[in-house]
Every structure is written in structure tokens, then in C-alpha cells.
Ligand binder design. Structure first.
Ligand SMILES: Cc1cc2nc3c(=O)[nH]c(=O)nc-3n(C[C@H](O)[C@H](O)[C@H](O)COP(=O)(O)OP(=O)(O)OC[C@H]3O[C@@H](n4cnc5c(N)ncnc54)[C@H](O)[C@@H]3O)c2cc1C
Length: 261
């Protein structure tokens, strides 16, 4: 039986770019370069390693996002994923985490799966809640924030590192897991991988393909709303201490003044 792994990957604005809010207080995704969320590269990497170790496995990458989100899928395909699914619909604009989890869950059920792998959080919304929401909607176990993961005889196993202790966790498949940025370096796409990705299938679905009504998603139906957004004040140069013998004392006074010490 082929092991069906679905990796959820998010297309996010490039953090080095000029990220700003649009008039409707959602993040402006139109005029900003975007890329595959870095934390999801670890999820793709772990899926590929599990597939490498399995007798027969297929890795599907899935994203919910605007047209440019295809770039995130292409990157994951060039890393070695087998196929991709892109859910795109204008009614998805401004969808919150609860709505996103609904769309992802319906797409994962339609695709068929044994294991869902997500990143620990996206690099823009950074809520870290979608994997748990997904497990709830799919009605399967969740094993989150793993720094090590493997699949054996229908069971997913992993290690979660906490501040005080590490936990060894496992769950029977089907299940949802999320992996951290400590789970191992993500591979760089090879030239051969980049070329092969151009031929790999990308399925495009919209809300009607998933039997989801527009009034279940989108900005109007979000459970949270951004009331206002103000520009973060520009960074100041800060206090420069010129050490002419009193540098240490001045530094201590500054730290005390800031109540750091
Ligand atoms: C600055 C900002 C603030 C926001 N604040 C809120 C808020 O307070 N409440 C709210 O409900 N929504 C909020 N959103 C919207 C929310 O980001 C999106 O709904 C998003 O799709 C899910 O939340 P997240 O990015 O925080 O996901 P997380 O829970 O951080 O994501 C965890 C993992 O889920 C998967 N994933 C997440 N989104 C997608 C996707 N679109 N496609 C495929 N996989 C995905 C990825 O594997 C990711 O690593 C905010 C968005 C931004 C940019």
C-alpha cells in the first residue's frame, strides 16, 4: 500500500520586502514578492525523508492562496515532491485560520491521505494553530512540534523537545503532524529537480470543487478582524556609547535606566 503524504505549504510575503497592509487591512499580497514559507521547507524535507525510507510513498504538496502561490508549490516540487494541489478562489481573500483549516481539510480529504505534515507556523500570520485545527476537522490524532519524525508499520513516531524534557510521541495513521525548524536542514533543489518540477502535475481547485460555500470563508466571514494598523515607528540609531574610559559605567547606567539590570 502506497503511503500518501500531504504537506501543507503556505505562500508568504518575502520578509525582506516592503510588507504592508492593503486598504481592507489584510496583508497586501499583490505588489509584494512572495515565497514558500521557510518553516514549511522543513515539512517538505521531512516528508521526502519519510518517503525515501518507505517502500512505496507519494508526496503531495498543498497550498491555499492567490495565483502567485504556485511559486511555493514549484519550489516544493523542485525539492522532490511528486505532485501539487493549488486551491485558489477570489472568495478566499482575507480568510482567517479557521476558514483556512476548513479549505485545507476538505482538500486533504478529496486528495486522500495517510499522513499530513505541516510547518510549526507560517512566517507571516505565525499563529501556529492550523495543524491542530486540521486534526480536529479530519477527526485524526495530531502530533505537533516534532524535531524528529518517522513512520513505521502504520504508526508515526517522533520526538518533541521542550525546555525541561523531550517527549517520545506516536500515533496510528491517519494523523496530522507538524515539524519544527530543528528537524533537520531542508535540501536545496538541484538543477535536475528544478527541471523535473516543470513537468510535475499541479491540480487547481476552487471552492466549488470542495463543496465549500463562499459564506464559510473570506474576510466577511472571518472570526477575527483587524480594526486598525499603524506603521511601526522607524528604528532609531539608538544610544552610541563612546568608550573614553567610562564606557562600562555608561553602559551599566543605560541598562539600569532601561531596567534591564
Ligand atoms: C499578520 C497577520 C495576522 C493574522 N492574524 C490572524 C488572526 O489573528 N486570526 C486569524 O484567524 N487569522 C489571522 N491571519 C490570517 C491567517 O494567517 C491565515 O488564515 C492563515 O492561512 C492561517 O494562519 P497562519 O498563517 O498563522 O498559520 P499557522 O497556524 O501559523 O500555520 C501553521 C502551518 O499551517 C499550514 N498553513 C497555514 N496557512 C496555509 C495555507 N494558506 N495554505 C497551506 N498551508 C497553510 C502551513 O504548513 C503552516 O506552517 C493573519 C494573517 C497575517 C498575515
Amino acid at each position: 500500500m502506497s503511503l500518501r503524504i500531504v504537506v501543507t505549504v503556505k505562500y508568504v510575503p518575502d520578509a525582506t520586502g516592503d510588507r504592508h497592509f492593503a486598504d481592507d487591512l489584510t496583508v497586501d499580497r499583490d505588489d509584494v514578492d512572495g515565497l514558500l514559507s521557510e518553516l514549511d521547507e522543513y515539512a517538505v524535507e521531512q516528508a521526502l525523508q519519510i518517503a525515501d525510507d518507505a517502500d512505496d510513498a507519494e508526496v503531495t504538496v498543498l497550498t491555499v492562496g492567490p495565483d502567485d502561490a504556485k511559486d511555493a508549490l514549484r519550489k516544493a516540487l523542485s525539492m522532490g515532491a511528486d505532485k501539487a494541489i493549488h486551491v485558489e478562489d477570489e472568495d478566499l481573500h482575507g480568510t482567517d485560520a479557521i476558514g483556512t483549516s476548513l479549505v485545507l481539510a476538505k482538500a486533504i480529504e478529496k486528495a486522500g491521505y495517510d499522513l499530513v505534515i505541516s510547518g510549526m507556523a507560517s512566517t507571516d500570520g505565525t499563529m501556529g494553530v492550523v495543524p491542530a485545527l486540521l486534526a480536529e476537522r479530519l477527526g485524526v490524532p495530531q502530533v505537533t512540534l516534532l524535531s524528529e519524525v518517522s513512520v513505521e508499520d502504520g504508526t508515526v513516531k517522533g520526538r518533541r523537545d521542550g525546555d525541561a524534557a523531550s517527549e517520545q510521541l506516536e500515533a496510528s495513521l491517519p494523523a496530522v503532524v507538524s515539524v519544527t525548524d530543528q528537524s533537520g536542514e531542508a535540501r536545496y533543489p538541484s538543477f535536475k529537480g528544478i527541471m523535473a518540477a516543470k513537468k510535475k502535475p499541479v491540480e487547481s481547485w476552487d471552492l466549488s470543487d470542495l463543496d465549500i460555500d463562499a459564506d464559510e470563508v473570506g474576510l466577511e466571514n472571518a472570526y477575527t478582524a483587524v480594526e486598525s494598523a499603524t506603521e511601526r515607528p522607524a528604528r532609531t540609531a539608538g544610544t552610541i556609547v563612546k568608550d573614553e574610559g567610562e564606557g562600562g559605567k555608561q553602559l551599566a547606567e543605560f541598562l539600569a535606566g532601561q531596567k534591564f539590570i
